[in-house]
Design a protein around this ligand. Structure first.
Ligand code: GDP
Ligand code: MG
Length: 153
């Protein structure tokens, strides 16, 4: 259970707007564990692979251009139910529908500039982690604080 992982990414607008620390802070203070992190200016081909399920959508070319417009911060976060909870922390895809208190609800307005990405299922998390961290992998380490975050029966 505590080994579930999700792929979280600060998009180019989040980097430019100085929100990297804020986004990391929300996952950290919730109790999730950071197990991989890097900054990367992704190629068009890499981004087309990441968003391959959206190929054919009218906004796809603009999405790839936006994502290729600057570096992103790629991360893997680990913890209980982290895929679903990560989506909750991010907020709805369209920031106009994101609740205040979520990252998008607090810091974004347009769906095409929604500052962060989070995997939508355990299966897509595995594929996205392999795509972004395939060669590097993730880091396995124990945290003493886990005993204060998780109830161990
Ligand atoms: P997510 O999983 O919440 O990021 O949403 P999707 O997987 O459906 O879409 C991926 C990304 O494409 C979103 O985060 C937006 O940046 C972008 N996107 C989705 N829908 C739209 C849209 O209707 N218009 C525009 N301009 N961008 C969109
Ligand atoms: Mg998605």
């Amino acid at each position: 259970m505590a080994t579930e992982q999700t792929y979280i990414m600060v998009k180019p607008d989040g980097v430019q707007r100085g929100l990297v620390g804020e986004i990391i802070k929300r996952f950290e203070t919730r109790g999730f564990q950071l197990v991989a992190l890097k900054m990367v200016h992704a190629s068009v081909e890499h981004l087309e692979e990441h968003y391959k399920d959206l190929k054919g959508k009218g906004f796809f070319p603009g999405l790839i251009k936006y994502m290729n417009s600057g570096p992103v911060v790629a991360m893997v976060w680990q913890g209980k139910d982290v895929v679903k909870q990560g989506r909750v922390l991010l907020g709805a895809t369209n920031p106009l529908a994101s609740a205040p208190g979520t990252i998008r609800g607090d810091f974004a307005i347009d769906v095409g500039r929604n500052i962060c990405h989070g995997s939508d299922s355990v299966e897509s998390a595995k594929a996205e982690i392999a795509l972004w961290f395939g060669q590097d992998g993730t880091i396995s380490y124990s945290r003493a604080v886990d005993a204060w975050i998780y109830e161990v029966s």
